[in-house]
Write a protein that binds this ligand. Structure first.
Ligand code: ZN
Length: 390
């Protein structure tokens, strides 16, 4: 009932607003003619891997620890019509020094090589340079360098320091960039939880990934190894969205029924299958049925992996009812929770479509299990974890 009232209220507000616009000025769609702000789009090549996705203006994005960048490219979006110029960029490539300026998404650096970038310069050209500034910074030696602008050097050249990330922001002349967006990083001072999906992948996994993608959220998938090769696209998408790969054994076997060698074998088979598709191994294990004992713990410790259980059990496999899953989560959720669901049922995908935006709306950052653990004291191999409270 409450929900229906809300919808009516929304409709009414909309009608009043529309009437206001019509009365104020024709044409009705005048507001749509306002042009979007010009912004930078950029990407970089991670050594031996691939191009990052398109990075949005003023976003700090870096490669994982230990890795580095071998090339970059950039362009502009919503450039004002009739205004000449472009965004140009130059890189200092280790061993080669400064190489020529590039523009329009032409690669600067050497993506096919293994030499790191050491420093970066960027500038706007043509009429753009009179009306806009470009600010940029690189991630180097474990921190972001001070923002520089319009042709200045970002990064330390000639000392073997490797560029491991990039931030680019275009502003109107004289304006300074807003606080940067931190790509893929949670704010450790704010609440966070980990959604986990067991027993997949399956044909409903794609819908759950749709909900995660639409809300810029991540989850951890505890996959059954023998299903992975049937859903390679789902697995690749998990990787692209920053989701985490968990291990749920090759054939959903209870670990308490296996020898130490049997445990190692079933985890390895699952991890190896995943590695063949995305080049990554599984990070933690969720014991099927939640069964662990001392010998399982020892086997996991010697394999170098920890077990992650859950603090909220939605019982989605039993109820197959989206509303029940939604209510269970929303009535219990607290900072540091690990939530158990299964990406096998369409009711679970329905629940995820509601839960993911609503949890974000309530201020929860939806992170992977390993990220949650990282901010909350970490994990030990052989440890068994139920939640990660602040
Ligand atoms: Zn299971």
């Amino acid at each position: 009932m409450k929900k229906r009232m809300k919808i009516w209220k929304k409709l009414l507000t909309g009608l009043i607003a529309a009437a206001g616009i019509m009365a104020a000025a024709f044409p009705v769609f005048a507001e749509n003619t306002e042009t979007a702000e010009m912004s930078a789009r950029y990407s970089f090549y991670e050594n031996g891997k691939e191009w990052s996705g398109d990075i949005k203006d003023n976003t700090c994005e870096a490669v994982p620890n230990g890795s580095y960048v071998t090339a970059m490219k950039a362009t502009l979006q919503n450039q004002p019509a009739g205004m000449t110029g472009t965004i140009a960029y130059q890189v200092n490539l280790s061993g080669s020094g400064w190489i020529e300026w590039q523009e329009n998404c032409v690669e600067a650096g050497a993506s096919s090589g293994d030499k790191p970038l050491e420093a970066v310069k960027m500038k706007l050209t043509g009429e753009l340079a009179e009306h806009y500034d470009v600010y940029y910074s690189v991630y180097q030696g474990g921190s972001w360098t001070e923002l520089v602008m319009n042709g200045e050097t970002a990064g330390v050249e000639g000392h073997g320091q490797r560029v491991a990330g990039l931030r680019v922001a275009v502003t109107k002349k004289g304006e300074v960039p807003a606080e940067p967006i931190m790509a893929g990083k949670a704010d450790p001072t704010k609440p966070m939880i980990a959604l986990t999906f067991d027993d997949g992948p399956s044909k409903v996994t794609a819908r759950i990934l749709d909900s995660l993608e639409a809300n810029d959220a991540r989850a951890t998938f505890y996959m059954v190894g023998n299903r992975i090769n049937s859903y390679p696209d789902a697995v690749r998408r998990m990787e692209a969205l920053g989701c985490e790969f968990g291990n749920h054994t090759w054939a959903h076997t209870y670990l308490t029924k296996l020898s130490a060698q049997g445990i190692h074998d079933t985890l390895n088979q699952t991890s190896g299958t995943l590695q063949n598709i995305v080049g990554k191994r599984t990070t933690t294990v969720r014991p099927p049925g939640g069964y662990v004992n001392d010998s399982v713990r020892q086997a996991l410790a010697s394999y170098g992996i920890s077990a992650v259980m859950w603090s909220i059990d939605t019982l989605d496999w039993k109820t197959r009812n989206a509303q029940s899953t939604i209510n269970t989560v929303l009535s219990q959720v607290k900072d540091g929770d690990v939530i158990l669901m299964h990406d096998l049922y369409s009711a679970t995908a329905d629940a995820a479509a509601v839960l993911i935006p609503e949890l974000k709306n309530r201020g929860y950052q939806l992170v992977t299990v390993s990220e949650l653990a990282e901010y909350r004291g970490g994990m030990q191999a052989g440890g068994v974890y139920y939640s990660f409270r602040p």
